[in-house]
Design a protein. Structure first.
Length: 338
């Protein structure tokens, strides 16, 4: 059977510098890994062309890791939990990469990027790699290039990749669309927080962990019972996995081994049913469309004709003299998108 031609032969575009970078990533060299991720995250057009060629070359080496998304309200202990899980995973023979997304200031645009400090023990391990990234205004609790960074880490041989989100809310669910297991952390006394999140994010969770149970064991047990009673009434994300509610304390390591065992059972169930592969294929296509949509928005915003006409048309729409649909069509035409 004749093999279909490569529709995007960008791997041939790798220059000598990027070929060395490719070899360094595949050899799991920390410096090469950091440089590759920085290249992927760059917004420069020439860097993006190089990054696309590098990602295409890395693609055959990616996809073997278990991808875990971790979210939860600020203060729930996400970083401490991720560090505890990471140390346990290393202890049982895994290599772990942590992609930690920090919120960017709406005023200055800056980020603290302090996750390595919060995961001091894990950061010292040669079997771990921690990459903080700013959200830079990207919605969904992740950074704009989290998917690409995840692929680079997988190609470097990390068989566990954890994506830690900014925080939880109605929009911080994008991580569920790029990972295998979506983990939601809760506090023992978080009834109001759960109500604030509504049911949407709970329906996406494959595992729910009541963290910091050492603060109030009885409250943690009550929260576990309440969630277990609510889950059957919610729509399940998977037909082959029933979400579990666990109790843990990242600070004292309580429940961490049980959590990791559940992650293993989740992976086995999803692989056996074929749902893991199907989910990843759907995520890849969704990723493609997101890139296209972003590129179209960038093209629209960078059009000189749009920039010239936009203020007057926006004012006319605001005043009610031009219909919003008419103004939108005019701007799309000016951008060459209609």
């Amino acid at each position: 059977m004749k093999r279909a031609a490569d529709p995007v032969p960008v791997s041939a575009a790798l220059g000598p510098t990027d070929r060395d970078l490719l070899e360094g990533v595949l050899a799991a060299q920390p410096r090469a890994l950091a440089k590759a991720i920085t290249l992927v995250e760059s917004t420069r057009a020439d860097h993006q062309r190089r990054a696309q060629a590098l990602l295409q070359a890395l693609l055959p080496h990616a996809g073997e890791a278990i991808r875990i998304g971790v979210s939860g309200a600020p203060g729930v202990g996400k970083s401490t939990f991720v560090e505890a899980v990471g140390l346990h995973a290393i202890e049982v023979g895994h290599r772990i990469a942590v992609l930690a997304v920090d919120p960017s200031s709406a005023v200055s645009g800056g980020s603290i990027l302090g996750d390595k400090t919060r995961m001091e023990q894990l950061a010292r391990s040669t079997q771990a790699y921690i990459r903080p990234s700013p959200s830079s205004g990207t919605l969904g609790g992740v950074a704009g290039k989290t998917r690409e960074t995840l692929m680079v880490c997988e190609a470097a041989g990390f068989d566990v990749v954890v994506v830690e989100t900014v925080g939880v809310g109605q929009s911080e669910t994008a991580v569920a669309g790029m990972t295998d297991a979506f983990v939601l952390l809760q506090l023992p006394n978080a009834g109001d927080d759960l109500q604030a999140m509504k049911k949407g994010i709970v329906e996406l969770a494959d595992l729910i962990v009541i963290n910091k149970c050492d603060l109030d064991p009885l409250a943690a047990q009550r929260a576990q019972s309440q969630l277990e009673s609510v889950l059957p009434a919610l729509q399940r994300r998977s037909a082959h996995w029933t979400p579990k509610v666990l109790v843990a304390s990242a600070l004292t390591q309580q429940g961490i081994a049980d959590f990791w065992a559940e992650v293993g059972r989740f992976g086995e169930a999803m692989r056996a049913s074929g749902e893991l592969q199907a989910r990843r294929r759907a995520q890849a296509v969704s990723w493609m469309w997101e890139i296209i949509e972003q590129a179209l928005r960038d093209r629209f915003g960078s059009s000189p004709e749009v920039q010239r006409e936009l203020p007057a048309l926006a004012a006319a729409v605001q005043q009610g003299s031009v219909a919003a649909t008419v103004a939108a069509r005019r701007l799309l035409t000016l951008a060459g998108l209609d």
